[in-house]
Design a binder for this molecule. Structure first.
Ligand code: NAD
Length: 495
């Protein structure tokens, strides 16, 4: 049953509005190609308005006591709980995630809201003794200003929540551009904050394209800091511009996440984890399992089970609760995935299952396993962002670790083994922000830091206690109650 597309809005200075130009962008349901919504196609002038609203709101919001700011997040969390099902349905329709996974996406934002809300009662500084008498030193955390938030479509609520909620509790104001592929579920998340009493102009949402709205946010002189999740290519550009303008920039980018399976592993457990890691969310997670590194001949027993289970996964419209793998986000992405599988085979890999374009409507791609992938080949190194698993083999753990580390990315990783020595060597040696032992590469929890090394990140972490460093400036305060001039490094010396 098709319904008329919904009309989406920007939200600037507390009011709903269209793009000043009146232009719109269609939002497609990847499961059937229908247009589910029309979003404003905003431009630089809309970003100017949003940045001005955020600047105007900053004074009052930054002076609001942090525990009171936190209470807005608690109320928003309660609204998210009440609206979880409705938001999940919108998310599933606009980007193809299964309902169960869409609920998980929103749950992560709920968890983050409770964590970040309580942080309003912490935002700890330090105190330390002064080197001088009758003097003390301490640090406070101050908000930075207006934060530009730019996010990808694959976690349309969870990932923005990791950025927006800590930024808000720290007293910053925000201009956010949700991904153009999934603009509505993110907006519904923001609606929970507005309905919870977030003052006008504190969080502004401007829809549109990356090269238009995204670039305008990055280049806007009144936007003091940038937090981005998306591809490494775009993150690099943002870092360049942000660096030139001396903006603080946090980047979460691509991944090519390995799972190492040792010969002593519980193979049933490993198969469960690899299937969920590689084909959950149709492989469209930054932490998706993209490479299986089978050690010491374990592929002989592992691969037949894995292939049989991959072939049994039900692919289809995520509105059907029996479906286990939904569509990929767009035809362009599907063609890219198919191309990379073809290159993998042309470069010597064996197509074990999948690898064919499913007839339409809908942009479906079957769970695909390519074995015999050679070290250094395209499929061994390139992020696919689809339901494709490249299988490589290693003689021993040393070789497996060297394969794991020979990609440009370093987000997530996993090892399946019963040998505690092997597990700890992997934890120590894999160049990644996250390593799981006997668990899949996906499954981050909201109260732990999340992020990657090498071309995946630029040194920051989201989640848990980590982002409060990023979203605040440290103010050092010295209080001298001696009543005389005291000179540090001079007056307390005998010589
Ligand atoms: P993308 O980089 O194309 O787009 C991400 C966002 O950036 C979108 O909102 C887009 O409109 C915007 N954008 C595009 N060009 C821009 C520009 N020139 N200036 C400013 N903004 C611009 O990424 P995508 O293909 O939509 O998402 C998939 C990628 O995101 C994958 O590489 C995936 O690994 C990554 N990702 C990473 C994480 C993480 O936490 N590390 C999480 C989710 C997704």
């Amino acid at each position: 049953m098709s319904t008329a597309p919904r009309t989406l809005h920007n939200h600037i200075a507390g009011s709903l509005c269209q793009a000043l130009s009146g232009a719109t962008l269609p939002v497609y349901n990847p499961a059937d190609g229908s247009v589910v919504a029309l979003a404003p196609r905003s431009s630089r002038e809309d970003v100017d308005r949003a940045a001005e609203a955020a600047r105007a709101a900053f004074g009052a919001w930054s002076r609001t006591p942090a525990p009171v700011r936190g209470e807005v997040l608690f109320r928003a969390a309660a609204l998210m709980v009440a609206r979880k099902e409705a938001i999940a349905k919108v998310m599933a329709a606009e980007m193809g995630k299964r309902l169960e996974e869409a609920r998980g996406d929103i749950q992560e934002a709920i968890d983050t809201a409770f964590y970040a809300g309580s942080e309003g009662r912490r935002l700890f500084g330090h105190t330390a003794p002064s080197e001088l008498v009758a003097k003390m030193g301490l640090t406070l955390r101050r908000p930075v200003g207006t934060v530009g938030v730019i996010t990808a479509w694959n976690f349309p609520v969870a990932v923005p929540s990791w950025k927006i909620l800590p930024a808000l509790v720290c007293g910053n104001t925000i201009v956010w551009k949700p991904a153009e592929e999934a603009p509505e579920s993110g907006f519904l998340f923001a609606q929970c904050l507005w309905d919870a009493g977030l003052p006008a102009g504190v969080l502004n949402v401007v829809h549109g394209l990356g090269e238009e709205v995204g670039a305008a946010i990055v280049e806007h002189p009144a936007i003091a800091m940038l937090t981005f999740t998306g591809s490494t290519a775009v993150g690099r550009k943002i870092a360049e511009t942000g660096g030139r303008m001396l903006k603080r920039v946090s980047l979460e980018m691509g991944g090519k996440n390995p799972v190492i399976v040792m010969p002593d592993a519980d193979l049933d457990l490993a198969v469960d984890g690899i299937l969920w890691g590689a084909f959950g969310t149709a492989g469209q997670r930054c932490t998706a399992t993209s490479r299986l590194i089978a050690v010491g001949g374990v592929e002989g027993a592992l691969l037949p089970r894995l292939i049989a289970r991959a072939e049994a996964l039900k692919v289809g419209n995520p509105a059907d609760p029996a479906v286990e793998v939904g569509p990929v986000v767009s035809e362009a992405q599907r063609q890219r995935i198919h191309h990379l599988v073809g290159v993998g085979v042309a470069e010597g890999g064996t197509l074990e299952t999948g690898g064919a374009l499913t007839p339409g409507p809908g942009t479906f791609y079957p769970p695909t396993v390519v074995s015999g992938v050679k070290r250094g080949s395209t499929l061994a190194l390139t992020e696919v962002f689809g339901p494709v698993l490249a299988v490589l083999t290693a003689a021993d753990l040393d070789e497996a670790l060297s394969i794991a580390n020979e990609v440009e990315y370093g987000l997530s990783s996993s090892i399946y083994t019963r040998d505690i020595n092997a597990a700890f060597r992997a934890v120590e040696s894999i160049e990644a922000g996250i390593t799981y032992v006997n668990a899949p590469t996906i499954g981050a929890e909201a109260h732990f830091p999340f992020g990657g090394v090498k071309a995946t990140g630029n040194g920051h972490r989201e989640g848990g206690w980590a982002p409060y460093e990023f979203f605040t400036e440290v103010k050092t305060v010295y209080i001298d109650y001696s009543g005389v001039l005291q000179r540090a490094q001079i007056d307390n010396r005998e010589e």
